[in-house]
Design a protein around this ligand. Sequence first.
Ligand code: PMP
Length: 359
Amino acid sequence: MSITPQPGIMEIALYQGGQSRLEGHDEVLKLSSNENPYGPSPRAQDALRAAAAGLHLYPSTDHAQLRAAIAEVHDLDAERIICGVGSDEVLQFLAQCYAGPGDEVIHTEHGFAMYPILARAAGATPVMVRERDRVVDVDAILEACTPRTRLIYLTNPGNPTGTMIPVEAVARLADAIPDHVILVLDGAYVEFTEDYDGGARLVEARGNVVMTRTFSKIHGLGGLRIGWGYGPREIIDVLNRVRQPFNLSNAQLTAAEAAIRDTGFTEMCRAETARLRVWMRDKLLGLGLACDESHANYVLVRFKDESEAIACDAMLREEGIIVRRVGGYGFPEGLRITVGDEAGCRRVVGCIARFRGQA
Ligand code: PMP
């Protein structure tokens, strides 16, 4: 066939999403995609219902109301916020605008699977940098920078590791990278950490850092697809040039605004997740399994080897529980488990205890 795609496209491996059904089970406990077990905020649900009557009208093109709400809640400059169809879209704008053929895009060993896809889709070359003991290695990233590097995608907290590098280490990276490189701080899970405005402070202080955030995790709106980015004014201006005018619907804008303003709900989700991830890790360590301290809404549990992880995964499935195998992220011996609500956490831990013969 003489119709061929652009160079690099056929090297893209298809993104493997989390499974949501299991044969033989009408109901499953889905702990594979880091979704919010408490659902969306009730206020977001009400706002969504109310938005139905206005669906004949086109949505806002500049997202001014949602940007103002985000700016108010997080004490940011609304002019420097861009909203997208999930943070995926903002991450995509960055690759589309700043990386092309001949350029390199750095991502780390256990980062998000979309980074190399976005780099290749832009015609650029993804460059994977190793981590050290499951934690991002700033010096290794600096060593990997070349005159062709244009972007560095950094997930903090990491996925699927849940580990985190402190804001000082990120600042050191931002200070040391060459002038032509943008550091992208992917903060999909940052609200689950102690100091979740650290990334924003870095953006304020530097001209080469962009932060991305999402409504899919702490705000429980993964099904609606809304994310945002915060960066230097000039970069946000560039990204807005490739954004479709109506990239977000009335439904997305309305629900997201209600969700971000429902700070009581956000705080409850944060506090419960922080409490339960410590509980889960303690139990898993008590079962003789390896598990780093997590700063996100999931834990990475590591078994003796891949066959044990596969066997445990199979038993969980038999019990109607879906977790994530993470061999594709460099952990064939691992399972990533979303921190669910208390009943969900007890159920999955109980099942793993039975698997280990300790229940
Ligand atoms: N970054 C990371 C590290 C993620 O895990 C995810 C979701 N899986 C995203 C970004 C994208 O999230 P969304 O597009 O739903 O905002």
